[in-house]
Design a protein around this ligand. Sequence first.
Ligand SMILES: Cc1ncc(C[n+]2csc(CCOP(=O)(O)OP(=O)(O)O)c2C)c(N)n1
Length: 203
Amino acid sequence: MPLLITGDGGTSQGDSYEGMNFAGAYQAPVLFIVQNNGFAISTPRVKQTAAPTLAQKAVAAGIPSVQVDGMDILACYAVAKAARDYMVAGNGPVMIETLTYRFGAHSSAGDDPKRYRTKEQEQPWFEKDPLIRLRKVLTDKGLWSEEEEDKLVDEYKASFKEAIKEADNVPADKVSDMLKRTFEIPTPEMRQEISKFEAKESK
Ligand SMILES: Cc1ncc(C[n+]2csc(CCOP(=O)(O)OP(=O)(O)O)c2C)c(N)n1
């Protein structure tokens, strides 16, 4: 079952429309998931499209779609399961738009969310943190406790430490070796690059 996950920004690309149109026309069993976290890189969702929802773009392609609270893990599970059952039964593609939020910057390279949103706008979303909500549900149902969480966190911290130690012990890769692995048959430009780096590395 093909699964296609994109962000809100991705749905502004022409390829998205073509993909949905194709899947709808051929009734391909594709699950489209649009993780609408609000800002592409830095463009607020309302400036990306005049469509009131992203889910309705699928409706235009003849694909049933649904919006779900993307900060509610159990709701996402329920909707994804229903979509899968629907597709496995041979009903064609489905789209799910998850309404969620990007807590941090788009990437560590040059994006600063302060340019396009305020602390006040962020706050209500932080209160919907899906991990905190799920913890509350599980704790209320007696399926999770602080002690279990502390134990799990300690276990993870120890395994991270171990993994970092292991990674630190792996000898540093040479740029020339990385380039040699890129293509089975290097292009002439790549061969020049490889020789350039081999010369540098042998100094
Ligand atoms: C065709 C194309 N144009 C522009 C970019 C630059 N780019 C990389 S990520 C991104 C934003 C993607 O936003 P979204 O689909 O909402 O994904 P998310 O931010 O949630 O990862 C852009 C514009 C690209 N990778 N490809």
